[in-house]
Design a protein around this ligand. Structure first.
Ligand code: ADP
Length: 235
């Protein structure tokens, strides 16, 4: 039996008040299981990032409940959320947010120096296929390689959860696939529960489960019986 990592029940998120109120989430229910790789699809503005940010403790739900294992994130203080993120969650965003004056190894070391039982930066960079690029600066790396440094940085602290918001959004399909391969390998080899937001419907074929958002709700949830290797994806 799979163990639930996140349990999300009837979550809403409203930004602003009165006439300016924006209903980003309108009652979302979802369970994410240990070791699962899910893909989150949906048009722009449908609530995908809001959902991921709430899972990752970057934002709080307006109502409903979000549990991470036995912890209630909806009632957590900012300090507790910070500790939760630091210990348990790796984030990857569309833009890599690397420090230009630090090498790949040093960018990853920024995280490993403050984590409890991290991998070595070299090991994390090896996992994303950059073992030969340790001493390169971001400007000496392609977009796809920079994103893989960002993935290495996110997983070097061995988080239980990896949350990726449009990780291939700025990449062509070939370099995007190399990034997805790195994420897939981490999910498989480390068992990291992973969620990937994307605009590219083609990516859903690599997922265990696919959540499709529309207008602040999960309009559809599909379980893939067979998964496709990222190498075979097309978009
Ligand atoms: P998606 O990731 O699917 O593009 P988002 O979760 O980013 O969608 O946004 C959902 C809705 O919430 C959009 O209408 C967006 O404009 C609004 N929204 C998101 N973040 C904020 C914010 N910080 N303040 C006000 N509105 C926001």
């Amino acid at each position: 039996m799979s163990t639930a990592v996140f349990r999300v029940e009837n979550v809403t998120k409203v930004y602003g008040t009165g006439d300016a109120a924006v209903y980003a989430l309108r009652g979302v229910d979802a369970t994410l299981y240990e070791g699962e790789l899910s893909v989150v699809l949906g048009p722009s503005g449908s609530g995908k990032s809001t959902f991921l940010n709430i899972l990752g403790g970057l934002d709080l739900a307006s109502s409903g409940s979000v549990r991470f294992r036995d912890r209630d994130l909806t009632r957590a203080s900012q300090r507790e959320l910070t500790r939760f993120r630091r210990r348990h969650v790796g984030f990857v965003f569309q833009f890599y947010n690397l420090i230009p004056s630090l090498t790949a190894r040093e960018n990853v070391a920024l995280v490993t120096e403050i984590a409890d039982a991290p991998m070595k930066p070299e090991e994390a960079l090896g996992m994303v296929g950059l073992g030969e690029r340790l001493d390169h600066f971001p400007a000496q790396l392609s977009g796809g390689e920079q994103q893989r440094v960002a993935v290495a940085r996110a997983i070097a602290k061995k988080p239980e959860v990896l949350l990726c918001d449009e990780p291939t959004g700025a990449l062509d399909s070939q370099t995007g696939i190399a990034v997805l391969k790195a994420i897939d390998r981490i999910n498989t080899e480390l068992g990291t529960t992973t969620a990937i937001i994307t605009h590219n419907a083609g990516i859903q074929a690599m997922a265990h489960r696919v959540f499709s958002f529309a207008d602040g709700r999960i309009a559809q949830m599909i379980e893939n019986e067979t998964r496709i290797d990222p190498d075979e994806l097309t978009w």
